[in-house]
Design a protein around this ligand. Structure first.
Ligand SMILES: CC(C)(COP(=O)(O)OP(=O)(O)OC[C@H]1O[C@@H](n2cnc3c(N)ncnc32)[C@H](O)[C@@H]1OP(=O)(O)O)[C@@H](O)C(=O)NCCC(=O)NCCS
Length: 180
């Protein structure tokens, strides 16, 4: 899957992205807001492993590079649930700090969510945000996601127990909810 928006391209990872991936992903501020399976420090071997893993995956939107000005600046993906939840996906994303504060993550989330509904047949896209992550909450709000629940003490990250905020957008919300 390839998605073009005014400021960025979402496309599959390639071996040529490894240097940019290490540069942008090797940041404790990113690690602190994502799952522990995201490595820190983020090495060249991690980046090569990630690109190889993505190449082996069958789902078209599970792991895309966010490309800005020709560089892989971050990542975004839709991980589909299965069985009776198969029309739901979890959206996840991160962006290198050099790119923060320009509305890029919001633009990427809006574009991939729309593709999830229009191209992948999803009914619902959701995200679980660590409750200290105000920037990500803001991204989802700007992308038209609704707050649904506070899952109390649902995360242990960096030695800290915290709540997780569940946000979701459903097909029938689209496209009206894209408030900025
Ligand atoms: C979350 C993240 C993707 C945001 O990327 P971004 O491109 O800077 O996001 P945007 O510019 O689209 O929007 C960020 C919004 O958060 C706001 N914001 C940033 N830091 C904030 C803070 N500490 N408190 C409150 N709001 C904050 C910005 O002001 C902006 O809102 P505005 O447009 O109303 O001013 C990026 O910070 C990141 O990669 N963080 C680490 C990984 C992560 O958290 N991933 C998401 C896991 S669920």
């Amino acid at each position: 899957m390839i998605i073009e928006t005014p400021s960025l391209t979402l496309r599959p990872w390639t071996a040529a992205d490894v240097d940019a991936l290490v540069k942008n992903a090797n940041d404790r501020r990113i690690w602190a807001n994502v799952r522990d399976r995201f490595p820190h420090p983020y090495t060249r071997a991690d980046a090569e492993g990630w690109v190889a893993l993505c190449a082996s995956r069958a789902q078209p939107a599970e792991a895309l590079a966010i490309v800005v000005d020709g560089e892989a600046a971050g990542a975004i993906g839709l991980e589909r649930f299965d069985d009776v939840h198969r029309c739901t996906a979890e959206i996840g994303y991160w962006l290198g700090a050099a790119y923060w504060g320009r509305g890029l993550a919001t633009e990427a989330v809006i574009a991939l969510t729309r593709a999830g509904f229009e191209q992948l047949g999803l009914e619902r896209v959701q995200a679980g945000i660590f409750d200290w992550n105000r920037a990500s909450v803001r991204v989802l709000e700007k992308a038209g996601y609704a707050f649904e629940a506070r899952m109390r003490r649902h995360v242990v990250k960096d030695g800290r127990v915290g709540d997780v905020l569940l946000y979701a957008r459903v097909r029938e919300d689209a496209p009206a909810g894209e408030r900025r």
